[in-house]
Design a protein around this ligand. Structure first.
Ligand code: 2U9
Length: 358
């Protein structure tokens, strides 16, 4: 029995892995193991012999089982130590370069424009992109027969037969939002309305959906002079001109303003790059005018007491000018990797809250 003990304790001590230990367990204390066979022999012994051999065999079995368990634990510890020694991470390694997402230029320019006007006391208003033809046209002094209604290439919403709701359109400008602002807030009022608008048009300079920002200031004695100052401040800030800018007002016509003017800025196109505030070229950037009395009235404001100026510009267009993007259609391409070429980064975007957004 001592031989068995020596044999198995030394084999167990030398076992290299769990599988070897399991083999040893079967050989020693398994059903047909050596110790088990010895236990079977107890039956053939005299009671006296059995009294001596029985406890010894049980003790041997216990000892072997304990040795197996201890060795198993020791092997597991050694395996863990080995893993801890070989498997490790250098958390100081530099990370793999990842491409940053970028803000879309339209969003960035909308933020830039709204931040500039917010500095001048304008609040921002938004409204529905699907609106009634009253808000989109009639309230803006564009009646049913008016050519502008056709000119604007309007998308009309389908109406089922028997649907008595007023006709709805995809708004052709953000002006309906200003009508709603007048209704909701009355005068005095300073508001700008950025957002997407729709016209059935598609070529290098027109897409069926584009973006506008329109502004409206209503007060007792607001004049074209105020309009000119506000637009000058805007152009200087937006195009980051250090010196002065020169604006040229050209008489024009819009149904919603009287008088109306298109506004050009002095610029040069040296080497294909736009420089604002110098040179001999003129660049049209927006339309403007004094709000037509009928339009004030449609917004619930008494034109005998109040007057105001309004302006509108295409965000896509001024984004192209500022960042030198040649084709409007690029904005609506689903693959926006080209943006990086124009230096767009998600960082350093001015926000309305005066901070930097990330
Ligand atoms: C109200 C009263 C007046 C907004 C105005 C323009 C002139 C204008 C165009 C610029 C380029 C549209 O994006 S564009 O094609 N806009 O020329 N917009 S005045 O006048 C308003 C708006 C709302 C209540």
């Amino acid at each position: 029995m001592d031989d068995l003990r020596e044999k198995y304790l030394s084999l167990i001590a030398g076992a290299g892995d769990e599988a070897a230990l399991e083999d040893l367990r079967v050989q020693a204390v398994g059903k047909k193991g050596e110790v088990s066979l010895k236990m079977r022999e107890l039956g053939k012994m005299t009671p006296e012999e059995r009294q001596v051999a029985g406890p010894k065999l049980n003790a041997l079995k216990d000892e072997i089982n304990s040795a197996l368990a201890a060795k198993k634990a020791a092997l597991a510890d050694a395996a863990l130590d080995e893993r801890l020694r070989t498997e490790w991470l250098d958390v100081t390694l530099p990370t793999r370069a990842r491409r940053h997402g970028t803000i879309h230029p339209i969003s960035q320019v909308t933020e830039e424009v709204t931040a500039i006007f917010a500095e001048m006391g304008f609040s921002v208003a938004e409204g529905p992109r699907i609106d009634t033809d009253w808000y989109n046209f009639d309230a803006l002094n564009i009646p049913g027969h008016h050519p502008a209604r056709a000119e604007m290439d309007t998308f009309y919403m389908h109406r089922a037969e028997g649907d008595n709701r007023p006709p709805h359109v995809l708004r052709t400008h953000t002006s309906p939002v200003q009508i709603r602002s007048m209704e909701a807030q009355g005068a005095p009022l300073r508001v700008i309305c950025p957002g997407g608008v729709y016209r059935a048009d598609y070529d290098q300079t027109h897409t069926p959906m584009f973006h506008q920002v329109e502004g409206l200031a209503v007060d007792k004695d607001i004049s074209m002079a105020n309009l000119k100052w506000v637009l000058e401040e805007f152009v200087k800030a937006f195009f980051e001109v250090d010196g002065g800018v020169e604006l040229r007002f050209r008489a024009s016509h819009f149904p919603f303003t009287e008088p109306s003017a298109e506004v050009d800025i002095r610029c040069s196109w040296e080497g294909g790059t736009l420089k604002v505030g110098e040179g001999d070229d003129w660049l049209e950037i927006l339309g403007s005018g004094m709000v037509h009395p009928k339009v004030l009235q449609a917004g619930g404001i008494d034109p005998n007491e109040w007057q105001g100026f309004a302006f509108g510009m295409g965000i896509d267009r001024i984004a192209m000018l500022k960042y030198g993007i040649p084709d409007l259609r690029a904005f609506f391409d689903s693959d926006l990797r080209w943006l990086r070429h124009y230096g767009f980064s998600a960082l350093d975007v001015p926000t309305l809250h005066g901070g930097l957004s990330r």
